[in-house]
Write a protein that binds this ligand. Structure first.
Ligand code: TXA
Ligand code: MG
Length: 336
């Protein structure tokens, strides 16, 4: 990554063009958050439903009053604790942010990413940057610049490549606009982290189901989906591996090309083909970094079906991981 490319990206943002850029979570597809026409192009490029609002990215506190009309005390404490970082905070929106950004809501999600390229780009542009994850709508979020090129190709004017995203899952989203802090999307800033600052918080729809009310519009869409149906096995590791092996042999006898998602500890129990490891079972950070890349690998291998190993409990980062696995599964869950 060189300085000239960042400068070009900043110029493009000022001109209303689209720039894909790295963050510590996933790659974003950025546009000038004040420019409704530019933001519309994000929705077109992604094929994103218009009622799913975007996160606005900043890289200093001076820009915040241009984005949010008011910063509640709880939000201020979260910013001090977790910014720059993987936390998006839903705030009352300022009038300068066009309604296309927030899908008509009177709130706006704001994040200060912890990545030097993102920060340099936003500062040089001198603008808040509206940016969803830089995938085609419904595909796994991009953790590599190659994923962006694969999904969006020439729909994006520039891709800034800084290698693999460190975290690999999208930011935590919390709503503090109503007085009752509510987690809308779990991420690398965990419930436990947030509760250290705020005390008990409400966890909305971490595993959403169709009959639960939707507070974050994005929650109602099946995101992160690989092309083949993914079944998520939940339970103690030994039982999960046994169940995966059983299903594998049945599906193979039907002539199916089966993908397995497992961990280093269990990998040897499966035949080699199309078996991908999320890393060490006890290291959820590794699994988070690899998950989306592996979902894309299954697509490349053109598997017919994926059998994935989930977690029996969801403390810490595992809440975010399980949340994305459940969505990738489209709620095809098997408790063993
Ligand atoms: O890590 C991330 O958050 C990445 C990087 C690029 O920053 N961005 C990202 O954006 O994941 P996106 O658009 O894929 O997800 C944004 C989520 C959606 O679930 C959306 O519904 C929710 O944030 N959201 C945005 N604005 C909101 C608002 N005003 N109220 C409630 N939810 C909101
Ligand atoms: Mg997304």
């Amino acid at each position: 990554m060189n300085e000239q490319q960042i400068a070009l990206g900043a110029k493009y943002l000022q001109q209303g063009r689209l720039v894909a850029f790295p963050t510590e979570t996933v790659y974003g597809l950025g546009a000038n958050a004040f420019d409704a026409a530019a933001v519309n192009r994000i929705f077109l490029a992604k094929g994103r439903p218009a009622d799913n609002p975007l996160i606005v990215h900043i890289a200093d506190y001076a820009t915040l009053p241009q984005v949010a009309s008011h910063v509640p005390a709880q939000a201020e404490r979260l910013m001090q604790a977790f910014w720059p970082g993987p936390l998006s905070i839903v705030l009352p929106k300022s009038e300068r942010i066009p309604t296309v950004v927030t899908a008509g809501l009177d709130t706006v999600a704001v994040r200060w990413p912890n990545h030097p390229v993102a920060a340099a780009l936003i500062r040089q542009a001198g603008l808040p940057v509206a940016a969803p994850s830089a995938n085609r709508s419904g595909r796994p979020s991009p953790t590599l610049a190659e994923h962006v090129a694969e999904d969006l190709g020439d729909k994006v004017d520039l891709i800034l490549d800084a290698g693999m995203a460190a975290i690999g899952l999208e930011s935590t989203v919390i709503d503090v606009s109503s007085g009752e802090p509510t987690l809308l999307r779990p991420g690398a800033v965990t419930v436990e982290d947030l509760e250290q600052i705020l005390g008990p918080i409400k966890v909305a729809n971490a595993h959403p189901s169709p009959d639960q009310p939707v507070r974050s519009p994005g929650l109602k869409y099946t995101h992160y989906a690989p092309r083949a149906p993914l079944y998520l096995y939940l339970g103690e590791p030994k039982a999960v591996v046994q169940a995966q092996l059983q299903s594998l042999s049945e599906l193979k006898s039907e002539g199916k090309n089966v993908g397995i998602l497992t961990y280093d500890e269990y990998r040897d129990q499966f035949p080699a083909a199309n078996v991908f490891s999320l890393g060490c079972y006890t290291q959820p950070a590794e699994a988070a970094q690899r998950l989306y890349q592996l979902l894309r690998r299954f697509d490349e291998q053109e598997v017919d079906i994926i059998l994935a190993h989930g977690y029996p409990s969801t403390a810490g980062l595992r809440l975010a991981l399980q949340n994305r696995l459940v969505r990738a599964a489209g709620f095809r869950l098997l408790w063993v």
